[in-house]
Design a protein around this ligand. Structure first.
Ligand SMILES: *Cc1c(COP(=O)(O)O)cnc(C)c1O
Length: 431
């Protein structure tokens, strides 16, 4: 039995499924998860000493690669000063100021410890601020595992959603509507029928939890118009896309394409913690001041704004705001997607990919999917073979068809080219 296999067996005795977050168990692709012992730059090293080029980056946070010296130093220095105080610190202000300076429309924000917590809190705030109960989300978007958001579409148009998890009572999701991503007609109908009841629409503007699917510009434009017309808050879940697809997140991408575009509330996570448990939600002062202790919407956290996590986040933000950072990252990510596309074409395999900034996705199918149903219609069996073909060649891709991929600043052109060569080999060998 290999070391990874024996660790997995041991893990399964004490941790459900052997993992602390389900996707890590490799259930979608089969096989044994790699137990990572350390990581440096673009590389992860498993318990058997095997090296992998890492295209997960802890699911997004490691935009600088692992063990960036400036971040390491900031974290070590912060740790010496204390792990947690349960009292305010200057660093929390600095991080809030840094984020606010980068995202127009965020006047205030509150720090929390996970994207789930941020999404859940933004939802409560949206409901509290509007005095409405109904919320709208889109099939295939993930906003963390708060009960009200663990919902899939029912049959028929804009019907009541069904819980996607046991333990979520139907009553808890009765106010959640689940619509198809990029389906303009369904959006119009939902607002026509109950627009005045909708507290907020929560969306991943570039959805990274169904691989990589962009909200179309007409869809996003109309969504904004409908929200404005009905007094509904538009909540951008940028936990994945924030500071990842561009310095200003996906919001800056849409603001470039749609004149005057502005979301109402924002949810951040992943990159802003640089790998530490840190997330945030923010928006206009008038809405944010509905939060306790100023307003009636309760929200709190023992470790919120943790001094070591904020040091890590701040050091990360300092690096990514350096001139040219995103240009280089985007060029490298594009090089990867283009290279994979050529490799697949040479192998005669239907393939398409897309990317923005340092985030990418690819599908074994002829055209880019526009919604979750279309994502699931791509060739999953081939994806799984490809995943293992790449893993065995030392390239660590997300172990599921419905996950985005991430390139870091530590990935070199040579790393990208080696990845493309591995893909060409894997596809030639029938992956
Ligand atoms: C990862 C993610 C979350 C949840 O964040 P956690 O830190 O895992 O709780 C929420 N929304 C989006 C878009 C995400 O990608």
């Amino acid at each position: 039995m290999s070391t990874n296999e024996s660790l997995f067996e041991r893990a399964q005795r004490v941790i459900p499924g052997g993992v602390n977050s389900p996707v890590r168990a490799f259930r979608a692709v089969g096989g044994t998860p790699r137990f990572i012992s350390r990581a440096q730059g673009a590389w992860m090293i498993d318990a058997e000493g095997k090296r992998y080029l890492d295209y997960i980056g802890s699911w997004g946070p490691m935009i600088l690669g692992h063990g960036h010296p400036a971040v390491l130093e900031a974290v070590q220095r912060a740790a010496l000063d204390g792990f947690s105080f349960g009292a305010p610190t200057e660093r929390e202000i600095e991080l809030a100021e840094a984020i606010i300076a980068l995202v127009p429309g965020v006047e205030q924000l509150r720090l929390v410890s996970s994207g789930t917590e941020a999404g859940m809190s933004a939802l409560r705030l949206a409901r509290g601020a509007t005095g409405r109960s109904t919320i709208v989300k889109f099939e295939g978007c993930y906003h963390g595992h708060a009960d009200a958001l663990l919902v899939k579409a029912g049959s028929g148009l804009a019907t009541f959603g069904h819980p996607t998890s046991a333990g979520v009572p139907a009553e808890v999701v009765q106010h959640t509507r689940v619509l198809e991503y990029n389906n303009l007609a369904q959006l119009e109908e939902t607002f026509a029928a109950q627009g005045s009841e909708i507290a907020c629409v929560m969306i991943e503007p570039i959805a990274g939890n169904m691989n990589f699917v962009r909200a179309s510009v007409p869809f996003m434009t109309r969504l904004r118009e409908l929200c404005t017309a009905h007094g509904t808050l538009l909540v951008f879940d940028e936990v994945m896309t924030g500071f990842r697809v561009a310095l200003g997140g996906a919001h800056s991408v849409y603001a470039r394409l749609i004149p005057g575009f502005q979301a109402d509330l924002f949810v951040f996570g992943k990159v802003i913690g640089g790998g530490m448990p840190l997330a945030a939600f923010g928006g206009p002062k008038a809405i944010m001041q509905q939060l306790a202790p100023l307003g009636p919407v309760y929200q709190a956290g023992t470790l919120s704004g943790n001094p070591v996590a904020t040091a890590c986040g701040l050091a990360t933000l300092r690096e990514i705001t350096k001139p040219g950072f995103y240009e280089t990252l985007a060029t490298r990510t594009r090089r990867l997607v283009d290279g994979l596309t050529v490799a697949a074409r040479d192998a005669g395999v239907p393939f398409c990919g897309d990317c923005e900034g340092g985030m990418f996705g690819f599908f074994f199918g002829p055209t880019l999917p526009q919604n979750y149903t279309q994502v699931l219609a791509t060739d999953q069996a081939r994806f799984n073979r490809f995943f293992h073909g790449m893993l065995s060649r030392g390239v660590y891709l997300a172990p599921a068809l419905y996950e985005a991929g991430f390139v870091s600043a530590a990935h070199t052109d040579a790393d990208i080219d080696a990845t493309i060569e591995a893909a060409a080999q894997a596809l030639r060998d029938g992956a």
